[in-house]
Design a protein around this ligand. Structure first.
Ligand code: ATP
Ligand code: MG
Ligand code: MG
Ligand code: MG
Length: 455
């Protein structure tokens, strides 16, 4: 791949040695005697320049069908490039167009808006920005597994088709066995029974934590929320560790260690991509992330947060009031103005949190924690879970939940229940945070948002 070729060239210059390079043409620049192509294969933002001697008949004839977007094979010798735009160039001795691209190829050399690129989600991976984002996304996914595997966590595959609404937010996609063109018929839900796409793997992960102690799930989750924010998707990926014999403190400790590990891994392995984001997307990004790695996270209770917000010089669209859910403007004030870094907020009012969170002795709050970060607000939501059978049952009845559907979940408290805790990290939000990208739609290959299930 091109990245490797460039690296090898500088470590042990294969001067004069013939190499083969495969990739897609980013741009073509021609003069009388020579043509310059920029080649890319998704491995780096640094283009590889191909120098084509037009006086050679077989090369010149190949250039006739060679346009921006074409895929090509080049055999030639690598040399340091005298130009400033690229480190290395290859002097072509043989050139083959493997797949031509006509003139209507949408990615002609110029900067395109992200809105336009979303319309060509199948071609945008060939751009530098999406290329850099996807390489970082790949590293983050890999490092998530490494982090948990090194700590002995069991990777558990929780189901996609479920019957419950774990978050109680009522934002479910219903599953049906009907053929695509049939009129809606509720008896044709999952073979006659109601079923939904999962909003979180947590409840099932709890069952596994109460057998394997430390587990995590990492998979797609679905929320039919009609959100048009730059941080909500209808289909997104979530990482959810769940630990038995663990309380809220242990949970927060793991969350901080986890985020720190992931940021460090990206800073270490992606200097080139970080420099790119720094230049084109988010100036100051690297310093910001390094500060996060080197500074312990700030902790605050929800009640303290409300007091801070009430004293804030900023004016909010939603005036802060104890009992309300924190809005993005509040979360951003906290992380960007008050603290200037991540904040872990604990002990939220029980009315704004899910049924499964452990109640505090005050009767008003639960052992919840959200990790908030600058630019985005909430990136993690977690809690110690209610492990007391009677209290959990009472809370579910209070909320009018269908107890039959959750009998198995209550069983986890009847048979060898244990204190346990966990959290959910929005994976796409993490990618957004690390890359500085403004819209979550540009950090996932094929974003799913209201009215957008194809491209
Ligand atoms: P928010 O308040 O931002 O809507 P939430 O509190 O509804 O998030 P949780 O149920 O706590 O979300 O889910 C855990 C994590 O999953 C969140 O902290 C966030 O990082 C991520 N997340 C939640 N909803 C979405 C979504 N629609 N698109 C992308 N990520 C999401
Ligand atoms: Mg939400
Ligand atoms: Mg929230
Ligand atoms: Mg939450």
């Amino acid at each position: 791949i091109i990245r490797q070729r460039i690296q090898d060239f500088f470590s042990t210059p294969p001067e004069g040695q013939k190499v083969e390079v495969l990739g897609w043409v980013r741009s073509v620049r021609e003069s009388k005697q020579v043509a310059f192509l920029h080649l890319s294969d998704g491995s780096t933002t640094a283009p590889l320049q191909v120098v084509v001697d037009k006086t050679r008949e077989e090369l010149a004839s190949c250039l006739e069908t060679l346009r921006t977007g074409a895929s090509v094979r080049v055999v030639g010798t690598l040399r340091p490039s005298p130009g400033t735009k690229q480190p290395v160039e290859i002097h072509a001795e043989a050139l083959t167009v493997l797949g031509p691209a006509p003139e209507d190829y949408p990615l002609q050399k110029k900067r395109h808006s992200f809105e336009f690129l979303r319309e060509i989600a199948h071609l945008r991976p060939r751009t530098n920005t999406i290329g850099a984002v996807m390489r970082v996304r790949n590293t983050l996914a890999w490092e998530i597994h490494r982090f948990f595997q090194e700590r002995g966590f069991l990777y558990v595959h929780t189901p996609i088709i479920t019957t419950g609404d774990a978050e109680g937010a009522g934002a479910l996609f219903r599953v049906t066995t009907l053929p695509p063109d049939a009129p809606y018929d509720p008896t044709e839900d999952f073979f006659g029974a109601p079923a939904f796409l999962t909003v979180s793997g947590q409840l099932e992960a709890e069952a596994y934590a109460l057998a394997f102690v430390n587990v995590y799930t990492f998979g797609p989750t679905f929320r039919a929320e009609n959100s048009h924010t730059p941080r909500h998707l209808a289909e997104f990926w979530m990482v959810e560790p769940e630990m038995a014999f663990c309380d809220l403190e242990g949970d927060m400790h793991l969350a901080e260690e986890f985020i720190t590990h992931l940021l460090e891994a990206v800073l270490e392995r992606h200097p080139e991509e970080m420099a790119f984001f720094e230049q084109w997307i988010a100036p100051g990004l690297t310093d910001q992330l390094e500060a996060v790695v080197n500074t312990p996270f700030t902790h605050m209770t929800y009640t303290e947060v409300i007091e801070h917000l009430k004293k804030a010089p900023a004016s909010f669209t939603f005036p802060p009031e104890w009992g309300m859910d924190l809005q993005t403007e509040h979360e951003r004030y906290l992380t960007e103005e008050l603290v200037k870094g991540p904040v872990i907020v604990t002990d939220y009012p029980k009315e704004i949190k899910a049924f499964y969170m452990k109640q505090n002795p005050d009767g008003r709050t639960v052992r919840a924690m959200d990790v908030l970060v600058p630019r985005l607000g909430e990136i993690i939501g977690g809690s110690q879970r209610e492990d007391d059978y009677e209290r959990l049952l009472a809370r579910m009845q209070e909320l009018g939940m269908r107890i039959e559907a959750y009998q198995w979940y209550l069983d986890l408290r009847r048979y060898g229940g244990a204190p346990h805790a966990g959290f959910g990290l929005g994976f796409d939000r993490l990618v957004q945070y690390v890359t500085g990208m403004q819209n979550i739609r540009d950090v996932i290959p094929f974003p799913r948002t209201p009215g957008n299930a194809a491209f």
